[in-house]
Design a protein around this ligand. Structure first.
Ligand code: MG
Length: 173
């Protein structure tokens, strides 16, 4: 299976760390909201993301490391599908190299997209707004980010792994 996986707050709690920084720096409490560069488009809010060493000292979610690499060992192709700032892309790729066995790193603003829907067999992301754009590709939503209840069941990495390993529908049999 070809599996697309989001990066921020799916593999590493970067959005959560940014939210903490937003609160400490500006007193803005983003709890329940999310990284939204349209709403927080001012450079002063986005500077944090433009650190060229942004991910170098972050730690991944342990279960993400365990199960993503297990999926790779099981023979699935893993594509990281993530929107990057030019300033931090090298750091993000270093992070992937350090912790994950992946087949492709895809820097895209248009995940939803046109080009990925139906190409990926499965997309895993922490945000429903991203997943809802996919019409053909099957989607799993991670429980790593607090969101309003959406159309997707919130799943842990372990639960996602189990569903891939023991498919419930013929489609993945
Ligand atoms: Mg994310």
């Amino acid at each position: 299976m070809l599996i697309g996986i989001d990066f921020d707050n799916s593999l590493v709690p970067s959005c959560t760390l940014w939210e903490e920084w937003m609160f400490n720096e500006f007193g803005i409490d983003l709890k329940g909201e999310h990284f939204n560069e349209n709403k927080y488009s001012d450079d002063k809010y986005l500077d944090w993301w433009k650190n060229p060493n942004l991910y170098d000292d972050m730690s991944p979610y342990p279960d993400a490391v365990k199960y993503v690499n297990q999926l790779s060992d099981d023979g699935h192709k893993i594509w990281i599908v993530t929107k990057c700032f030019d300033e931090h892309i090298d750091s993000k790729m270093r992070f992937c190299d350090k912790y994950f066995n992946i087949d492709r790193f895809l820097n895209t603003s248009f995940k939803k997209a046109d080009s990925l829907d139906g190409v990926l067999n499965l997309m895993i992301d922490d945000r429903s707004v991203i997943l809802e754009e996919f019409k053909i590709t099957k989607c799993f939503q991670l429980n790593t980010t607090v969101e309003e209840p959406g159309k997707f069941e919130l799943l842990s990495w372990e639960q996602i792994y189990e569903r891939i390993r023991k498919p419930r529908s013929k489609q993945y049999g």
